[in-house]
Design a protein around this ligand. Structure first.
Ligand SMILES: Cc1ncc(COP(=O)(O)O)c(C=O)c1O
Length: 385
């Protein structure tokens, strides 16, 4: 058994769940007592390819015997291969990649690139948006509880209601470096951007020479039924942020930009572990697997079937079911916490999104039987809720 003192020694700065895992395979996790769980949270969207995906594991093992890390100013075969692979699947207007280690870091870079390429200070973000916990990313994040203990935050950030074109139009001016939006707000409770909103955001940024940053840290790499959620709407951002599932579970962050953003950038930025060879080898294997196994299409199909089932539940506990692909939010009339705990007791792991939303982000490789078993269990829990 893993010593409880060791868990207690983890600095208590966010809620801990009372589980310790020792093994994982695709959508299954095993705790230290050997109990099996169906993982419908996938580390909040990291595990698109499942736990210990063999293609990713083999790529990491092979790379570990060749080269693990050299500083970001050097080239490596692993980094070149990954950058080439990523750009081959990314929106075609994006031609430059900055590599880092997490979602927050990819957002920090996006904010710095936007400011230092426009020479302007202001960033317009959305209410209910989430972009990370480092000081810049946190300044773009909406929730008061996350922000207040750390104020003063970085100046120059304003928040407008999501999916409200007029409010965005009023907020973006000639001091604005960038508009920063999620295509689907994840932590904020799974709210999907409308086509009109994203198209208007693009047009407003063009009119005022501001950059459009789309944060696909959670939606990226197939989760919403497209490799990138914005493909559905055909809106090209100037800057795109990625992380979470990009390297099959190995820490990574990527900030993609147009050539124009790079050309106008006046400043410097780097990250010691950015472009780490293990992460890059894992990332190349992850993208190849995602494309080869048509995981976005699978996410779309399994997601649509589950959303239809959940919408048909006719449960008084449920206010609304929202989602795209395998990114699903079930908004409850009451608190999500007790339902999440009841599901955990039954061996189903899901995550919250705000206080009243149950969020489902299963691996895109989840076997159908396990997925519908989980959806049935959720249905039962909500009938009793
Ligand atoms: C949309 C979005 N951006 C940024 C982040 C921050 O990522 P990280 O926790 O890797 O720093 C998250 C994390 O949940 C996210 O969902």
């Amino acid at each position: 058994m893993i010593a409880s003192e060791a868990r207690a020694a983890e600095f208590a700065c966010s809620p801990k769940r009372d589980l310790t895992f020792v093994r994982g395979s695709l959508a299954t996790l095993w705790d230290e007592a050997g109990k099996e769980y169906i993982d419908c949270g996938a580390s909040v969207g990291v595990g698109n390819l499942g736990h210990c995906n063999p293609a990713v594991a083999e790529a990491i093992a092979a790379q570990a015997h060749q080269l693990i890390h050299v500083g970001p100013s050097f080239g490596t075969a692993a980094k070149a291969g990954f950058v080439e692979k990523l750009l081959s699947v990314a929106p075609p207007n994006l031609k430059r990649v900055f590599l880092s280690n997490s979602g927050s870091e990819s957002v920090e870079a996006a904010i710095k690139f936007a400011r230092a390429s426009t020479g302007r200070p202001k960033i317009v973000a959305a209410m209910r948006g989430f972009h990370g916990r480092t000081m810049g990313a946190l300044s773009a994040t909406w929730r008061r509880e996350f922000r207040e203990p750390f104020e003063p935050l970085v100046p120059g950030f304003v928040h407008v209601p999501f999916n409200d074109i007029d409010a965005l139009d009023k907020a973006v001016d000639f001091d604005t470096a960038a508009v920063l939006l999620e295509a689907v707000q994840g932590e904020g409770g799974v709210h999907v951007a409308t086509r009109e909103y994203l198209e208007a955001a693009r047009a407003i940024c063009d009119q005022r020479d501001a950059a459009l940053i789309i944060d696909e840290v959670q939606t990226g790499m197939g989760r919403t039924g497209r490799l990138f959620a914005i493909e559905r709407w055909g809106v090209d951002p100037d800057i795109l942020t990625l992380a979470k599932s990009l390297a099959g579970g190995v820490p990574i962050g990527a900030t993609l930009t147009t050539e124009a953003v790079e050309k106008a950038f006046q400043g410097s930025h780097t990250s010691t572990f950015g472009g780490n060879s293990l992460a890059c080898a894992a990332g190349t294997a992850a993208i190849e697997y995602t494309v080869r196994e048509k995981l976005p299409e699978r996410a779309e199909r399994l997601g649509n079937e589950a959303i239809e089932t959940l919408r048909g539940l006719d449960s008084r506990a449920v206010r609304e079911v929202r989602g795209l692909g395998l990114m699903i939010g079930i908004e409850l009339r009451g608190k999500a916490g007790p339902v999440l705990q009841a599901l955990q007791d039954e061996g189903i792991l899901a995550v919250g999104g705000g206080s009243s939303v149950i969020r489902l982000l299963p691996p895109l490789v989840i076997p159908e039987e396990q997925w519908f078993q989980a959806i049935d269990a959720i249905g039962r829990a909500l009938h009793h809720g």
